[in-house]
Structures are given as C-alpha cells and as structure tokens.
Design a protein. Structure first.
Length: 75
C-alpha cells in the first residue's frame, strides 16, 4: 500500500490516467479508425498525454478546488 501522505498524487495520477485513456482512445479512433496498429498508436498517445496531463493536474487541482469552494455555497 501507498502511504496516505501521497493521497493527492495518487488521486491525481488515477484521474489523469483515466481521462488520458478515454481522450486518447476517442482521438485515435477519430483520426485513424480501427486500424491494425490501433492499440499501439492509442497506447503511445496515452503515454504522451499522461506525461503532460499529470504535472498539469498536480498544479491545477488545488486551484480548481479553491475556485470551486469560492464559487459554491451551502444553503
């Protein structure tokens, strides 16, 4: 198991990987269709996308959480 102090990074990694898998699947399918190389191209796009998405998400999640807290109220 991973130490609880790394929760933020694990959470962000899971979210970034999930979103990257879905988005790269859709964009690869839209651009190439189901070709013989589909899985290879899709996984390559996922790797490139995740390498960008993870650091961006680490930086953006705290700001997004702060903004959402400021924009919402409890009634």
């Amino acid at each position: 198991m991973i130490n609880k102090k790394y929760f933020h990074y694990v959470f962000v990694a899971i979210m970034a990987m999930s979103m990257t898998l879905v988005l790269s699947f859709v964009t690869t399918l839209a651009s190439d269709g189901f070709s013989g190389q589909f899985v290879f191209v899709w996984l390559k796009a996922t790797g490139v996308g995740f390498s960008i998405a993870f650091p961006v998400a680490v930086a953006v999640v705290p700001v997004a959480r702060w903004a959402a807290e400021k924009l919402t109220t409890m009634y």
